[in-house]
Design a protein around this ligand. Structure first.
Ligand SMILES: Cc1cc2nc3c(=O)[nH]c(=O)nc-3n(C[C@H](O)[C@H](O)[C@H](O)COP(=O)(O)O)c2cc1C
Length: 269
């Protein structure tokens, strides 16, 4: 999107009802001479165009073709089914040796992209590695090798020790790969705002599950990738912060039931 997007009001269509002005978080719209009028910059969140009963509002810098008109039958998600799918979601650590189709990756991307962001930042960068997965693995393990080689000169930080043990295990048996498992895809989400990336990632996982795919949030891989600037340059996210890393693929495990969890620590007032 351009630096300065515009909220455009079609004065022919606008009936001056003021619904857009009422829903505008930035109070950027007023009604002047019976028509909506954009008086200042805003978050470009699109509420005005989403709420307009006449379709009079657009933000031309966004792709307006993507806007869908609400329909109760096709937009509604059943709450019981939603909760059941959240309960049935599992971290997947074993994958079928099958690639993930591009259309599915794209739907996962859309689930991330449409997630709420603080102040409508929309600054998450999504990286999908499938074709060049071997290069990624070489770079990550090479980085860990280098840390280990230098260990006599420099003291190895405590947090790096587990990686050295993962590396040894993998060298003994390539199937024991604690960082990459046997997933065909690795996804990274980089963002200045950790929660933005976390929320996007959760929606991505939910979408993957709906597609019959499975995900593992890979905290270890996220951390080691985030401190490797050369790797981040290769990933195309130089200077950015990796907030989440997810393995993705078709699960090679079938869960028969949901898992129990601790009782919620909850305060109702
Ligand atoms: C932020 C985050 C990081 C995680 N990192 C790892 C990881 O590095 N390796 C791993 O095997 N599991 C990782 N997990 C998965 C958790 O261990 C898993 O959620 C937990 O064991 C419960 O299992 P479930 O997700 O199937 O309910 C991570 C989960 C989250 C949310």
């Amino acid at each position: 999107m351009n630096e300065k997007p515009t909220v455009s009001i079609d004065k022919e269509k606008c009936i001056g009802c003021g619904i857009c002005a009422k829903d505008c978080v930035a109070k950027a719209i007023t009604i002047v001479a019976g028509k909506a009028n954009v008086k200042s910059e805003c978050l470009y969140c699109g509420h005005c165009l989403a709420v307009c009963p006449c379709g009079a509002v657009s933000i031309p810098e966004y792709d307006m073709e993507e806007v869908e008109t609400y329909n109760k039958d096709t937009f509604h998600v059943n709450p019981e089914q939603l909760l059941r799918s959240i309960k049935y979601r599992r971290s997947i650590r074993d994958y079928k040796p099958m690639p993930v189709e591009e259309e599915k990756l794209n739907q996962i991307l859309q689930a991330g992209r449409y997630t709420a962001t603080a102040k409508n930042n929309q600054d998450c960068i999504f990286v999908f590695v499938q074709k060049e997965l071997d290069i990624l693995k070489d770079k990550v393990w090479g980085f860990i090798d280098d840390i280990e080689k230098n260990k006599k000169e420099k003291k190895i930080p405590r947090e790096v020790l587990p990686y050295i043990s993962f590396n040894r295990q993998r060298k003994k048996n390539p199937e024991e790969d604690y960082l990459f498992r046997n997933a065909p895809v690795v996804m990274f989400v980089a963002s200045q705002w950790p929660l933005d990336a976390g929320l996007a990632s959760q929606n991505m996982e939910n979408m993957a599950n709906a597609q019959g795919l499975g995900v593992l949030f890979d905290g270890y891989l996220a951390s080691i990738a985030d401190i490797n600037e050369e790797l981040k340059t290769w990933l195309g996210i130089e200077g950015k912060e990796i907030r989440s890393c997810m393995l993705l693929g078709y699960p090679n495990v079938k869960y028969q039931r949901t898992t129990p969890k601790r009782k919620a620590k909850v305060i109702w007032k």
